[in-house]
Design a protein around this ligand. Sequence first.
Ligand code: ZN
Length: 305
Amino acid sequence: MSWELPDRISVREVGPRDGLQNEDPVPTDAKVALIEALSGTGVQRIEAVSFVRPSAIPQMGDADEVWQRVAKKPSVRYSALAPNLRGALRALDAGFTELEAVVSASETHNRTNVNRSTGQSLDEIAEMIARAHERGATVQVIVSTAWGCPYEGDVPTERTLWVAGRALADGADSVSFGDTTGMATPTRVRDLVGALRSAHPGAGLNLHFHNTRGTGLANVLAALELGVADFDAAVGGLGGCPYAPGATGNIATEELVYMAEDMGVATGIDTDAMIAVAGQAERLIGRTLPSQVLRAGPRTRTIPA
Ligand code: ZN
């Protein structure tokens, strides 16, 4: 049976940022160790830190120190998330050449998070893109709540498309659709990816799923069938406050790798090595992480009779 899927995908590991940002704070040493362990799995992109105000997100308050101390691997592209212009300038000063900016498609979510309208955030992102490009860096604009918002419910495709379109018109090097609270389904992935392709055929696209409602890998498969070849994932399924109702981890990197490689879609990542790092992440966080491949191991791993 032939299945039209990409030969390979690019995986961006977001555990050190999206994962740890939503867990209880961990020591700087442990963050450095996690990033370095991840860089030994074959993963080629790591979102390492976020340059936020420490008072806003204490978990990321040591971003500069983490980044200084990490032993950088030439085979890995590291990126930083910048929530605003000040964060972008900090990231550029720290030497990052790949930045992620973020804006919510949902007006209410954007106002709740950063106390401004989506349009105002897009204005600032345009400035961030200009400043980054002056210094030879790229900016991906992550459109969060791309499929839905906990305050507004479903976010219409046209709305998300409008936000992505503005980012691209302002010079974004690529866009990412973030399923912040796990509201995407395969059908809704098809709708939004199809709409972006029609409106902006050449635009680089990353997808970022959370497994909140158990459809994370199904969403990935739907996207693979559409030829999408760039995904975020977090080792172990890190992320999502364990005390909040509906804790919302990212899709687990080792689960994505396990599924993709089995379908002949290369990731460059060693499944066993990623599972080992997931175990390390679990010990670091001190709670059971949601990854099922971490529990069961790959299918090819047998036990003594
Ligand atoms: Zn996320």
